[in-house]
Design a protein around this ligand. Structure first.
Ligand SMILES: Nc1ncnc2c1ncn2[C@@H]1O[C@H](COP(=O)(O)OP(=O)(O)O)[C@@H](O)[C@H]1O
Ligand SMILES: Cc1cn([C@H]2C[C@H](O)[C@@H](COP(=O)(O)O)O2)c(=O)[nH]c1=O
Length: 233
């Protein structure tokens, strides 16, 4: 029986990689599918993974109707066994309902991949609807890690290196810029605010303690410990 599966996890836990692997495996067995994404970091109409894999995909827009696309595909004489949906957190609840209908009325498997919650720890509307409707929820096996070594369960947004808890729900971006060898973080010209993301455990998300902030705190402690005791101190 066809099913709607929601594979979810934090940013950078391997969702797009798994989406492309799953498509490859099904295709290799002669099954035919359609790939969809919305606002991938790499640009329009592509699913990209940080491992370097990338494949063309159909870009989901506000007006995309999955039911109509699937029916037109079949009416055009093509097979449709499964659908892979990346960045599904950006889909509207109505579009998720269309995906469920494809499963139930057309017998097509739908594999959706996305993050559950935004940087404020609030569910994306599309992800909430997926949780409500999916036959199965799968949590990815490669667990992203917080800087402290604990399992990362939350996505944090930073603006110019500082964690923020207010702002637009959707801002396409990547996990923190790579560090230079000297430990300095890459930054854009001072006039452009740099939005980035970092995965954290709940404790550090609540405390707003990013890796950079933790490093600053430790550095300050070390400097205090090294400071010579002055008379009367
Ligand atoms: N250079 C690398 N070598 C091995 N694995 C890597 C490398 N870069 C990224 N990864 C793996 O890829 C994962 C991110 O995969 P990706 O599919 O882009 O994640 P998501 O779609 O969940 O954001 C990382 O968690 C890590 O396991
Ligand atoms: C937390 C959060 C993330 N986003 C964006 C940032 C990325 O473009 C995608 C997630 O991509 P990934 O493949 O899972 O790394 O979502 C956002 O717009 N708002 C947020 O709060």
């Amino acid at each position: 029986m066809a099913e709607l599966v929601f594979f979810s996890g934090t940013m950078d836990c391997g969702k797009s990689t798994l989406a492309l692997q799953l498509d490859h495996t099904h295709r290799a067995r002669g099954r035919e599918g359609l790939l969809f994404t919305r606002c991938d970091r790499a640009g329009d109409s592509v699913i990209s993974s940080r491992l370097g894999l990338r494949r063309d995909a159909l870009e989901v827009r506000d007006g995309t109707d999955f039911w109509e696309v699937a029916v037109a595909h079949r009416t055009g004489g093509q097979h449709l066994d499964y659908v892979v949906c990346d960045e599904a957190q950006f889909y509207s609840p109505r579009q998720v309902e269309q995906l469920a209908r494809i499963v139930d009325d057309l017998g097509v498997d739908v594999y959706a991949f996305g993050i559950m919650a935004d940087f404020r720890t609030r569910l994306f509307p599309g992800s909430a609807r997926l949780v409500e409707l999916a036959d199965r929820l799968e949590v990815l096996q490669v667990e992203a890690l917080c800087w402290c070594g604990a399992r990362a369960t939350h996505n944090a947004r930073t603006v110019d290196g500082e964690m923020v808890v207010e702002g637009e729900q959707v801002v396409v971006g990547d996990v923190q810029a790579a560090e230079d060898e000297d430990g300095a973080t890459d930054t854009a010209p001072a006039t452009t605010a740099v939005v980035a993301y970092e995965v954290l455990c709940r404790r550090h998300h609540v405390r707003r303690e990013t890796a950079a902030r933790a490093r600053t705190r430790v550095g300050r402690q070390l400097r205090l410990e090294d400071a010579p005791l002055t008379a009367g101190a």
